[in-house]
Design a binder for this molecule. Structure first.
Ligand code: SF4
Ligand code: SF4
Length: 114
């Protein structure tokens, strides 16, 4: 299951950086949890980190998004695969950018003493 934030949220900003899945963001008026990114912290921690830190206890289970533990693990694995793919693409882009810069450096040697 994923969790949800109720309208008792006081926008204290504490939970957002604690989420290992970047599932929490500021909504129109209060913070919100993206159900497709919340694993209830399965794969990262024993307890939901947002629930641990919320000072007003306004993060219950979302009755509209009840999931089995297997489903949460599958979501965790999907998010990990996405993150690895993004890292690989970033590394490829950096390597391509470096390859474009190097010939320019080779083509303009510094002048030595005469
Ligand atoms: S339970 Fe965990 S994964 Fe879900 S929103 Fe809270 S901190 Fe993020
Ligand atoms: S920790 Fe609780 S009160 Fe603070 S922003 Fe998150 S949901 Fe809202």
């Amino acid at each position: 299951m994923s969790l949800t934030i109720t309208d008792e949220c006081i926008n204290c900003d504490v939970c957002e950086p604690e989420c290992p899945n970047q599932a929490i963001s500021m909504g129109e008026t209060i913070y919100v949890i993206a159900p497709d990114r919340c694993t209830e912290c399965v794969g990262h921690f024993d307890e939901p980190q947002c629930v641990q830190v919320c000072p007003v206890s306004c993060i219950p289970v979302d009755p509209a998004n009840i999931e089995s533990r297997d489903s949460l693990w599958a979501k965790f694995n999907r998010l990990q695969a996405q993150a690895q793919q993004a890292q690989a693409q970033h590394a490829q882009a950096q390597a391509a950018a470096a390859a474009r810069v190097e010939p320019a450096l080779v083509g303009s040697p510094a002048e030595g003493p005469k």
